[in-house]
Design a protein around this ligand. Sequence first.
Ligand SMILES: NC(=O)c1ccc[n+]([C@@H]2O[C@H](COP(=O)([O-])OP(=O)(O)OC[C@H]3O[C@@H](n4cnc5c(N)ncnc54)[C@H](OP(=O)(O)O)[C@@H]3O)[C@@H](O)[C@H]2O)c1
Length: 332
Amino acid sequence: MTQIVISAPGEPSVLRAQGAPVPTPAAGDVLVRVEAAGINRPDVLQRQGHYPMPPGVTPVPGLEIAGVVVAVGPGVDGWAPGDRVCGLTNGGGYAEFCLVPAGQLLPIPRGFDAVQAAALPETFFTVWANLFGLGRARAGDRVLIHGGSSGIGTTALLLCREFGIEAFATAGDEAKCDAIRALGGTAIQYRTTDFSETILQATDGRGVDVVLDIMGGSYFDRNLSVLARDGRLVVIGFMGGRYATSVDLQSLVLKRVVVTGSTMRSRSPEEKAEIARELRERVWPVLEAGRCLPVLDRVFPFLEAAEAHRHMESGAHVGKIVLRVSETPSPL
Ligand SMILES: NC(=O)c1ccc[n+]([C@@H]2O[C@H](COP(=O)([O-])OP(=O)(O)OC[C@H]3O[C@@H](n4cnc5c(N)ncnc54)[C@H](OP(=O)(O)O)[C@@H]3O)[C@@H](O)[C@H]2O)c1
């Protein structure tokens, strides 16, 4: 098979196509012939050598795929060759064949093609586990989502609208603000406006119940300032750095704020399988009803993975970037 490897840490040109044997599924694994693979910011960080990889995983990038089951390992129940699936991988998605733990697979939602389905797992697992799990966002809550036009941000906005949550979201230009509005959120252009002032004004000083934060250090203090009483700050990225230099801890105490965060890759297989079960029950019926469709920015041919990374790093995209790995037409 062909796979895309990171030949050395660095620029997108370090992504190279390479021949490799088709892997054999071990106990609990499913071998999927990949039709499409999603690209995510953590892939860019991994390529640059900045991602703390969990021990024992393949160095081949690619955290989400969609395709067809070709073989199952010992002990796998519920999946069989020919099933059309999408899944959260432990890496290795930039390849013609990929091993995925059985519990991290979901059926391709009815009506979806492989490209749309490959755009689901990484951001839906992450937003579900962080905004709704750790952040405990519920109907009637107000939330702030940083990077509202990102893969993560567009998914968070879709799910907020679906589950009755009022969302504010930040973005760096007007076109991205328009995209946020189209997804039902209140857009805040962070280059021209202070998001904390805007939110406190819009909420009569009350603030938001949850902040889903991809920025980290540079926003930490202001994130605390916009949280309501018993609010939750969930940090899932460090686009603005890992270190917060100025923090007023008084707001933690006065407002009983909770600060937390997580990474999807370091969760156990059991935790990932539980998230998959919840998504299948709560979100897959919504997708099959034609709502919460992922926002697709651009599809690149498999062998143009480097170009796809350049596009992500340019910051010009809104929503998801996907690689089309095989040209097999969808039977849907
Ligand atoms: N913890 C986890 O499990 C997990 C899983 C997946 C992703 N993530 C994290 O989530 C984040 C988004 O991932 P993604 O795949 O959705 O990436 P993406 O689509 O490339 O989005 C990146 C976002 O960052 C914003 N951004 C970039 N530089 C910025 C800056 N200097 N100031 C403010 N905003 C900036 C961009 O918005 P503007 O262009 O509007 O500035 C864009 O919306 C990343 O930090 C990623 O590592 C975490």
